[in-house]
Unconditional design. Structure first.
Length: 370
């Protein structure tokens, strides 16, 4: 254990020396011993050798820098200064790669070991109100949203949104006479709920009986400058409201955040297909509901031949929902929408009011809670 500790200390010393010298000697007498006697370590390491050993680490610098610029909507020419953070940034190879990425020499006027503490002190002064001439913008590391019908994550606040931030969106119920909605708060970049991180759940109860899609539930995400998230749900008809408060990032480490972002990129195409299927199912289900509601209320005003065509289109679409063929569901949804419009036009010619048949060709555009 003592030999390993000496070796680590010597390696650290050599690394530091190679930032200012082209080569250095590592000399560790009596590093170990065997039957033949004591053993000594005496080797010469060059800067080129060290840079070859850490080449893969240097390569990893580029992607986060490119991603940060893309997320911010900036090009290298838009960057005023590049500040280096951490002792390893003193290595010439790191500084050279930074210059290649940003097209400019990195700023060297701040101690790399102290810059994080200095930044934290500035942020503390800003939050306290002592520092007023500096604007330090923080962003959300991951998207925030809620679960909606079909196990989909509907994002309200996107990744890299500048905080403080506030966003509201109106949702509705997924079933007739639904007395309550569960607000499932999520964090992540994937399309489906099970692939994201749950931050919390709460219920809004006491919703008056009404057909699905009628109640107006306003969900609001409010993030303060400390990254504290408050999520509230309000029934706009009754004024009833429930909320939950969540601490910043819910304890996620930077490594976990990076993993969630990388998972989203790796699974982007599969997630997109699953989301398209769920959206197609939701649209189909909403159209079936609206059409059947109209048939129940106004079916006697529909021509017999057209009535049979509408009922057949409804049944075909219902059957397609038993499978997972997105294109078939979309095609049959369009077919039902077409014959529903024909039904609406026929009812209009017979003197029905617009309100009587408006639902027959109307798809359900609101997000619905699970």
């Amino acid at each position: 254990a003592m030999a390993l500790q000496r070796l680590k200390e010597a390696a650290e010393k050599a690394k530091v020396e190679l930032s200012s010298s082209m080569e250095t000697d590592v000399n560790l007498p009596f590093i170990t011993a065997d039957a033949g006697g004591p053993k000594h370590l005496n080797i010469r390491i060059t800067r080129a050798k060290l840079e070859g050993m850490i080449d893969d680490l240097i390569d990893k610098l580029e992607k986060p820098c490119r991603v940060a610029m893309t997320d911010a909507g900036l090009k290298p020419a838009d960057i005023n200064e590049v500040i280096l953070v951490g002792g390893m940034t003193r290595m010439p190879a790191v500084q050279k790669r930074v210059k290649q990425i940003f097209g400019k020499e990195p700023h060297k006027g701040v101690n790399s070991d102290e810059v994080v503490a200095m930044g934290a002190a500035v942020q503390g002064a800003i939050l306290k109100g002592d520092q007023k001439d500096v604007l330090l913008l923080d962003v959300t590391p991951l998207s925030l949203g809620i679960e909606t019908l079909g196990g989909v994550m509907t994002k309200l606040i996107e990744k890299n949104t500048t905080i403080p931030a506030r966003k509201s969106e109106t949702f509705s119920t997924a079933a007739d006479n639904q007395p309550a909605v569960t607000v499932h708060v999520l964090q992540g970049e994937r399309e489906m709920v099970q692939n994201n991180k749950t931050l919390g759940r709460f219920e809004l109860v006491g919703i008056p009986p009404a057909p699905r899609g009628t109640p107006q539930i306003e969900v609001t995400f409010d993030i303060d400058a400390n990254g504290i998230v408050k999520v509230s749900a309000k029934d706009l008809a009754t004024g009833k409201e429930q909320s939950i408060q969540i601490t910043a990032s819910s304890g996620l480490s930077q490594q976990e955040i990076d993993r969630l972002i990388n998972d989203a990129k790796m699974n982007e195409q599969d997630d997109k297909k699953r989301r398209e299927l769920v959206d197609a199912r939701n649209s189909a289900d909403a159209l079936i509901y609206a059409t059947e509601k109209t048939l129940g209320e106004m079916g006697e005003k529909v021509d017999g031949g057209l009535l049979g065509e509408v009922e057949a289109a409804v049944n075909d679409l219902k059957q397609s929902l038993n499978g997972d063929d997105t294109e078939t569901i979309k095609r049959l949804t369009e077919n039902l929408s077409r014959v529903s419009h024909q039904m609406a036009a026929g009812m209009y010619r017979q003197g029905a009011t617009a309100d009587d048949y408006a639902g027959s060709a109307q798809t359900h555009h609101q997000h619905t809670n699970v």
